[in-house]
Design a protein around this ligand. Structure first.
Ligand SMILES: [Fe+2]
Ligand SMILES: [Fe+2]
Length: 354
């Protein structure tokens, strides 16, 4: 989909949200007819129970600001502010990307199960994106979400890729938010912005969204077998590596939260990996030193690539291409490392206990 909206309407946040790189959140579309044919009869009992949770809407009143929010708003140093804004824009974009995808699926299918769940998830993601955008508004830099919906490029993913990718991004989203929340529970002095108070209940929404895709995959077990395992491995690595590279570009943000980015990311990956054992028959071997070294190499390449991008011009373009090839080779090497297998439990549902 190409943009017909004048570029000049975009503020810095919207421009950033509308930029396509390997590391920035994308918007997705899919095969709606295939979505319409989803059959959940083999997981009916678990599905209905999950739908009751959605219907209960425990976070209905959660995404509202209160006096604590206003009281704790304060100035932060410029380098931290820049990285924090980057974090907010990218989080807002990926929340909104979820909203757009779920709302589009809902609009384009007749299958009642699918319509209902997509409606619930679109509702949640719209609250999440809106809440972050309010924080951006305080800085005078909200993302124009309506504009983005029309202007941003959409990537087509077959339903199974939507299931793998979205399942993982919901679960890793949970792991990221809960890890930050727990850290700030232990070190309240590091809470430099009030939005972090909201993360605990917030990430329970993401956890629940992940459960939806776990059940969809359970109802379609062929998606978890045979050559599909190669796809799952690809998505695990892509989602993990993207986070790792992106987080290592935000040193000030992690310092302010009292984290070393590597420790933070490994903790998040460990939680995500534990969760994915509910549905995937293997996990990436996070403790393998070759895996760690590969991620570090990717982070260095990511930084160098970003610098080349900033530099621009012919030299910048050539350097970017060279770093791109280097990144591809490291990724390919990581992809071939041995994985750790596990048995999927009969009852796939898990609880957000971290
Ligand atoms: Fe969300
Ligand atoms: Fe979500």
């Amino acid at each position: 989909m190409t943009s017909t909206v004048p570029q000049k309407q975009m503020n810095a946040s919207t421009t950033k949200a509308n930029t396509e790189t390997l590391l920035t959140p994308r918007f997705y579309t899919t095969d709606f007819d295939a979505m319409d044919k989803l059959d959940l009869s083999t997981v009916r009992a678990e599905w209905d129970e999950l739908m009751k949770e959605f219907e209960g809407d425990a976070n209905k009143n959660h995404f509202k600001r209160n006096e604590v929010y206003d009281k704790e708003l304060r100035e932060v140093p410029p380098e931290l502010k820049e990285e924090f804004l980057d974090f907010l824009v990218s989080s807002c974009t990926s929340e909104y990307s979820g909203h757009v995808l779920y709302a589009d699926i809902k609009r384009n299918v007749e299958n009642e199960d699918v319509r209902k769940v997509m409606g619930y998830m679109a509702r949640d993601e719209s609250r999440h994106a809106g809440f972050i955008n309010l924080a951006l508004k305080d800085f005078g830099l909200p993302v124009s979400l309506g504009f983005l919906r029309k202007a941003k490029k959409y990537t087509f993913f077959r339903p199974k890729f939507i299931f793998y990718a979205t399942y993982l991004s919901e679960k890793i989203g949970y792991a990221r938010y809960i890890t930050i929340f727990r850290q700030l529970e232990r070190h309240p002095d590091k809470r430099f912005h009030p939005i972090f108070h909201w993360f605990q209940q917030w990430c329970n929404d993401e956890f629940r969204h992940g459960e939806v895709f776990a059940l969809i995959m359970k109802a379609n077990p062929h998606l978890l077998r045979g050559h599909n395992k190669l796809w799952i491995r690809f998505f695990l690595l892509a989602v993990y590596a993207t986070m790792y590279v992106r987080d290592h570009m935000r040193p000030e943000l992690h310092k302010a939260l009292g984290f070393d980015p590597t420790d933070y990311d490994m903790r998040v990956l460990d939680i995500t990996s534990q969760i994915t054992r509910q549905i995937f028959t293997f996990t990436l071997s996070l403790d393998d030193p070759r895996f760690r070294r590969g991620l570090d190499r990717l982070a260095r390449i990511g930084k160098a690539g970003a610098e080349a991008r900033k530099r621009g011009g012919l030299v910048g373009t050539i350097r970017r291409a060279a770093w791109g090839i280097a990144g591809f080779c490291v990724f390919a090497r990581l992809y071939t490392l041995p994985v750790t297998t596990n048995e999927i439990p009969d009852d796939v549902r898990t609880a957000p206990v971290w």
